[in-house]
Design a protein around this ligand. Structure first.
Ligand SMILES: *Cc1c(COP(=O)(O)O)cnc(C)c1O
Length: 345
């Protein structure tokens, strides 16, 4: 699908009729800019610099802080038995299908795959064959999570080839596609794509809304196409300082998502990756927000809060702790309640 993207901060600022903050140029030398006209148009022209969507897609001096942090603290590169395959958990793998995205998110934890001079190309036939051979040789792997980059940047026919190859292993029964395209480029979600995807069993879409302003008639319609085609849509959100680290904003987002039948699945703390540390809120912030949600927000709307541990330690889910002495704190915080133990017979 042909599309015009915006490839420079200066061009984006010009389209928004605003002056470009000084530091943008140096940042985009290292971490380039890409934005869809659709996503840019969601930014508030009255006050673009403080807009939560601007902050997600426009370069910021914060990206140059912490130059000693690792580009790969999760040690993904050390858990790749073959090119393109990250195998950390017994039953599931991540397949890196491409380095491309519709919008380059400034908080991306895989900046190492698109920073200037290090762009990950689309997966080749040879790499796909090697990956599928690895899967066949390791039948305990039952799920493939197609990631990137964004797999929906690939052509529909290329994606069809990848899905067909994964299916032909005979061992992969569940496929999860991770994509922010329904949010950043909803026009890409066309009939041809969705009808191709609906031909595969065990397919799930994991999309990525971070802010209520991203839930628009267009992005909602894109999600609905998947749901109508029998493909469940889940969402993961990253907790971002200055963007959505606020219970009222996240409540609004999650309520909008369940209204369009998209299940908030994960809320991630920012990974300690070079170039994104300025977005980190601290873990306590996420726990505080979850605690606020407990008494007032439907469990349908509440995602699992998780951190991805460095050194390939895996994803750890975190919950506010309600234990209090030998009882439990009530969810309104008002009293301590005892819970009966098991029978002693
Ligand atoms: C996040 C991740 C998965 C998927 O984990 P879930 O908890 O099932 O969502 C699989 N492999 C890797 C390497 C991951 O980082």
């Amino acid at each position: 699908m042909k599309h015009e993207f915006i490839f420079s901060a200066a061009e984006a600022a010009r389209l928004l009729n605003t002056a470009l903050p000084e530091q943008c140029g140096a940042v985009e030398q290292l971490y380039p800019v890409q934005i869809t006209p659709y996503y840019l148009n969601l930014i508030d022209r009255g006050d673009p610099l403080n807009d939560p969507l601007w902050k997600q897609c426009m370069p910021d001096a914060g990206e140059l802080l912490d130059p000693d942090a690792s580009f790969d603290p999760l040690a993904e590169e050390t858990q790749m038995p073959v090119s393109r395959v990250i195998h950390r958990f017994a039953d599931r793998i991540v397949l890196l299908s491409t380095g491309r995205c519709a919008v380059k998110c400034r908080f991306c934890f895989r900046k190492r795959t698109w920073k200037t001079g290090a762009e990950l190309p689309d997966i080749s036939d040879r790499e796909l064959e090697d990956a599928c051979r690895y899967l066949k040789n390791n039948p305990q792997i039952q799920e493939a999570l197609i990631s990137g980059g964004d797999p929906l940047m690939l052509s529909t026919s290329r994606l069809h080839e990848i899905l067909t190859m994964l299916n032909s292993t005979g061992t992969i029964s569940v496929i999860r596609i991770g994509s922010r395209v329904p949010v950043t480029w909803p026009a890409r979600i066309d009939h041809e794509l969705v009808s191709m995807l609906s031909g595969f069993d065990g397919l799930w879409l994991m999309t990525h809304f971070n802010h209520p302003a991203e839930v628009t008639p267009e992005s909602a319609a894109a999600c609905k196409k998947f749901i109508k085609a029998g493909i469940p849509v889940l969402n993961q959100t990253v907790l971002l300082r200055g963007v959505n680290d606020d219970a009222a904003i996240l409540e609004k987002l999650f309520r909008k998502l369940i209204r369009i039948q998209v299940k908030p699945h994960y809320l991630f703390h920012v990974d300690p990756v070079r170039g994104v540390r300025h977005f980190a809120t601290g873990i306590e912030k996420g726990l505080e927000i979850l605690k606020e949600f407990r008494p007032r927000l439907s469990s349908l709307a509440v995602p699992t809060f998780a951190i991805d541990l460095p050194e390939g330690g895996g994803k750890v889910a975190l919950q506010p702790d309600y234990r209090c002495g030998d009882g439990f704190l009530s969810i309104n915080g008002g009293k301590v309640v005892k819970y009966p133990g098991p029978l002693n017979n």
